[in-house]
Design a protein around this ligand. Structure first.
Ligand code: TTP
Ligand code: MG
Length: 357
């Protein structure tokens, strides 16, 4: 019997900032791009829970967060404190938390800078897994002065949904016999892979919750959604991965930048892409990895249309040159007249490497 936990730090970047600058405690905090008095063009990385009560969330334009802050101020509430991200601090905190988890779990899979899965199957019971999870929460809190939410379940998907079920500082246990009851009332959007698009398709058939989804036959889902309908059918019934993948396949390092002004000159687009790739390569190297196999390039055009292309190499890529070549190759495709027929200017460029060794 598999017992998988998913551990996710609460309001991660903001919590680190709050911890390191006690004067921020209790204030609404947004970590992200410079708001420039409402003219800033980047996005919110994250907001602490006080700022979330203002309606601010990850990925929101920073200018919108600024407006919400000003509105709150007019309503007599404190203004948001905007903080520039300091990734090295988050990477360090992330490492420390992983070390703590590693002491308790045989196998862990790092799923992002603030989340990891741990396999606690060898403990043999959910009771013991729960006790260990509480220890992890306590140790992260005393040693790292951060809080985590944890979900425990029979596979990765259930564990991940469970960790987000009660936040912050939540601990949610979903026993195998309770999986269906747990999923039934949840929004279909909680299922991994159901984004705004699929959500909209389902809503048109009046499917809002997972139990609504149970009423649709497998072949109908496949007809509506293609191959992905099959996966969705299984997910709605609680089926997920029970085995963690090796850490070398799970990690990724990336950087993206929204420019102060949209850029349209080829030369600038190339130069900026190279600069971001260099930044990613430096971090990749600093973290002590030897090679990567996947390179991902994201371009957001001035009208917010966003395109992502990736390339996975069969051989290991190792050098700065390897990354630059791969990234520029991907970039060429974007600038192709079929991909960008109206020669739209570029608002954001992102570069990511994955599949490390
Ligand atoms: P999340 O775990 O999605 O968010 P969170 O930890 O801030 O909040 P929660 O309590 O809901 O878990 O992401 C982890 C960190 O990754 C987050 O602190 C900042 C960063 N991040 C971004 O930079 N941009 C994004 O769009 C998201 C979603 C996260
Ligand atoms: Mg988090």
């Amino acid at each position: 019997m598999a017992i998988i936990t998913h551990i996710d730090l609460d309001a991660f970047f903001a919590s680190v900032e709050e911890r390191d600058t006690p004067a921020l405690k209790g204030s609404p905090i947004v970590v992200g791009a410079d708001p420039k008095g409402g003219e800033g063009r980047g996005v919110v990385s994250t907001a602490n829970y006080v700022a979330r009560a203002y309606g601010i969330h990850s990925g929101m334009p920073i200018s919108r967060a600024w407006k919400l802050s000003e509105e709150a101020k007019r309503g007599g509430k404190p203004r948001v404190i905007f903080v520039t991200p300091q990734f090295s601090k988050y990477e360090k905190a992330s490492r420390h938390v992983l070390e703590i988890i590693g002491q308790y779990a045989g196998k862990i899979e790092v799923a992002g800078i603030d989340e990891a899965y741990a396999d606690l199957s060898s403990l043999g019971s959910y009771k013991k897994a729960e006790a260990v999870s509480r220890k992890i929460q306590k140790e992260v809190s005393t040693k790292e002065k951060l809080t985590v939410s944890i979900g425990i379940g029979p596979n990765k998907m259930i564990a991940k949904i469970a960790s987000g079920f009660k936040k912050p500082r939540g601990l949610t246990v979903v026993l195998p016999e309770n999986v269906q009851d747990f999923l039934a009332p949840l929004s279909v959007r909680e299922l991994p892979g159901v984004g705004p698009k699929t959500g909209e398709v389902l809503l048109q058939k009046n499917i809002k919750t997972v139990s609504d989804l149970w009423k649709i036959e497998r072949k109908d889902l496949v007809r509506r959604l293609g191959k992905w309908g099959n996966g969705l059918y299984e997910k709605a019934r609680g089926v997920g991965e029970e085995v963690l993948s090796g850490p070398e396949e799970a990690k990724s390092i990336g950087a993206q930048e929204t420019f102060d002004k949209d850029i349209s000159s080829m030369r600038t687009i190339f130069a900026e892409t190279k600069r971001i790739a260099k930044d990613v390569f430096d971090r990749f190297q600093k973290e002590g990895f030897a090679s990567f196999r996947t390179v991902v390039l994201t371009i957001r055009f001035a009208d917010f249309e966003t395109k992502t292309r990736s390339q996975t190499s069969r051989v290991a890529l190792q050098t700065h040159r390897d990354l630059e070549t791969a990234v520029l190759h991907l970039l060429m495709a974007f600038l192709d007249s079929r991909e960008n027929p109206y020669k739209k200017a570029v608002r954001l460029i992102g570069v990511r490497v994955e599949k490390f060794i």
